[in-house]
Design a protein around this ligand. Structure first.
Ligand code: 5GP
Ligand code: ZN
Length: 142
């Protein structure tokens, strides 16, 4: 529990929320400013900042609840679902309690994805090597 965190306050009931699901370790509720109606936020009950510091255990629970939420949206009329998580300010994170957006989508609803552009082979290969080394080191250290 982080006393300055608005999602912790939602968990304690100090801030009201429109709950759609709850279990021992996760909580799901409607986003106050939905992209489409039914936009769900799924959060762990134990405070973490984002994907960079959540425990593997809480992450597994969060994933399971996200899957349920996505299936419930499809069962109630959504035609597709985006699962999005913004991590740190440059990526658009505003609330610093781990949360995944489960966004119902409809054909022609007008929301578009970001567009990628091609990069040089050298740039791609240099980043590939850097990341591969880092991931190997992390795997060895785990
Ligand atoms: P972020 O940009 O951090 O990924 O998204 C934070 C999300 O939390 C936003 O989509 C915003 O609408 C939602 N949000 C912020 N404050 C509240 C609140 O008090 N109640 C609910 N239900 N959603 C909130
Ligand atoms: Zn919190």
């Amino acid at each position: 529990m982080d006393t300055d965190c608005i999602f912790c306050k939602i968990l304690t009931g100090d801030i009201p929320s429109l709950k759609v699901y709850e279990d021992e370790s996760t909580y799901a509720f409607l986003d106050i400013h939905p992209v489409n109606t039914g936009h769900i936020l799924v959060i762990p009950k134990r405070h973490s900042r984002n994907i960079l510091d959540i425990s593997d255990e809480d992450l597994a629970s969060l994933t399971a609840t996200a899957k349920k939420a996505a299936q419930a949206l499809i069962s109630t009329g959504a035609e597709g679902v985006n699962i999005i998580t913004n991590n740190e300010k440059p990526a658009g994170q505003v609330v610093f309690h781990t949360h995944w957006h489960i966004v119902p989508r409809y054909e022609g609803d007008g929301f578009t994805h970001w567009r990628g552009t091609a990069r040089s082979e050298e740039e791609m290969e240099a980043k590939r090597q850097e990341l591969e080394k880092k991931l190997q080191d992390m795997h060895r250290a785990a």
